[in-house]
Design a protein around this ligand. Structure first.
Ligand code: PEP
Ligand code: MN
Length: 373
């Protein structure tokens, strides 16, 4: 059975001001004072539509702060009454939904650790049947578009009309600069599959660190996302969860004022420009390439350390022969010429050697070796 989407455009959602639709607030509600003062400062910016705050927190390890629970719902009710902002929390089971509805929560989001599980999403959908609240579905932790769409379909079938998706990045085995690797292709493809769905970006959980919030927010705006969810805390360094990625309301204001917004109306030639869209996609892949090269260099440095401790020479010609032989064969199957593969991998190998040299020379710049045969 085809799912029929009956989605209200984001411009008609309560509290909409202009693009981007902004959701902000702390990772977790900690005390009433903390959320009330954060909410008041955010409301004063006159840019935010929804105040977010986690009440039940899915933490990676036990014994971390797992949220304040139902008590926090009362605080949010007060925030709503005092500031006029709509309020949003994460729900991860049907009990959370019932409690949220009891306290007049306006928006629910389904977290990445929940959207991955069809049983739980269905349970949440059943609890939402016939209810009129805003619901946002975060991407599952793994980059599986069908699973994400499946979760959105389940919620749509409960009759939810103010329904959106949030790109919050994907967990990766390798260590990357970001906490959760964005995969911009997925929301782009999601928009192609469900053109009417508003798409939000959560730069906080992608970044994991304040320094990347602006560049990720800008990227989302350039890719024509409808809204942003950004974590904000009155005293980020003291936050009980996700301290490194939260910013004060003032810092949020500063970030927002630096965002360049290109108009999404069809008269904007940039949006009619297919070449522009394709170039954005190229930028995404170039970013991926850079991240991967960065990781390769880090491994080269670890190898350098090992060779230094064990007194092994840097250059091991048989290993290099093996690498180049393998990549030439693989390159051919991917339609990349031997000539290009040779140039690319010689350059990468040379750079790895330089990194190893630096480690072996105790951090001094390494002398470049003529390795390329
Ligand atoms: C959150 O928004 O605080 C959260 C836990 O998000 P995610 O599900 O993206 O990890
Ligand atoms: Mn968080």
């Amino acid at each position: 059975m085809e799912t029929r989407f009956n989605i209200v455009p984001v411009q008609e959602w309560k509290g909409y001001k202009s693009r981007p639709f902004l959701i902000s607030g702390p990772c977790s509600a900690e005390t009433e004072e903390q959320i009330m003062s954060t909410a008041k400062q955010l409301a004063a910016l006159n840019k935010i539509s929804v105040f977010r705050s986690g009440i039940w927190k899915p933490r990676t390890r036990p014994d971390s702060f797992e949220g304040i629970g139902v008590e926090g719902l009362k605080w949010l009710r007060n925030v709503k009454a005092e500031t006029g902002l709509s309020v949003a929390i994460e729900v991860a089971n049907e009990k959370h939904v019932y409690e949220a509805l009891k306290y007049g929560i306006d928006m629910l989001w389904i977290g990445a650790r929940t959207s991955v599980n069809p049983f739980t999403v269905q349970e949440i959908s059943n609890a939402l049947n016939g209810v009129d609240v805003m619901v946002l579905v975060k991407n599952p932790v793994n980059p599986d578009l069908e699973l994400w769409i499946g979760a959105i379909e389940r919620i749509a079938r409960a009759g939810i009309k103010r329904l959106g998706a949030i790109h919050r990045g994907f967990s990766a085995y390798e260590k990357t600069s970001y906490r959760n690797q964005p995969n911009w292709q997925l929301p782009i493809e999601l928009r192609r599959r469900i053109p009417e769905i508003p798409i939000f970006c959560d730069p906080s959980h992608i970044a994991g660190s304040r320094i990347y919030l602006h560049e990720i927010s800008q990227k989302a705006m350039d890719l024509n996302f409808d809204g942003l969810m950004l974590e904000s805390h009155i005293n980020p360094d003291k936050a009980l969860s996700d301290a490194a990625q939260q910013i004060t309301p003032d810092e949020l204001n500063e970030l927002l004022s630096r965002l360049i917004l290109r108009s999404p109306v069809p008269s904007d030639p940039r949006l009619l420009d297919i070449l522009g869209e394709l170039r954005d996609q190229i930028d995404v892949f170039d970013d991926h390439l850079l991240d991967i090269i960065e990781q390769r260099m880090k491994i080269a440095e670890t190898i350098g350390q090992y060779k230094k401790e064990n007194n092994i020479t840097i250059l091991q010609p048989t290993r290099w022969d093996e690498i180049i032989r393998k990549v030439l064969i693989k390159g051919k199957t991917k339609g990349i010429s031997n000539e290009a593969m040779d140039i690319i991998f010689k350059a990468i190998h040379q750079e790895s050697i330089n990194h190893q040299m630096r480690v072996m020379n105790n951090g001094l710049p390494g002398k470049e070796l003529p390795v390329n045969k």
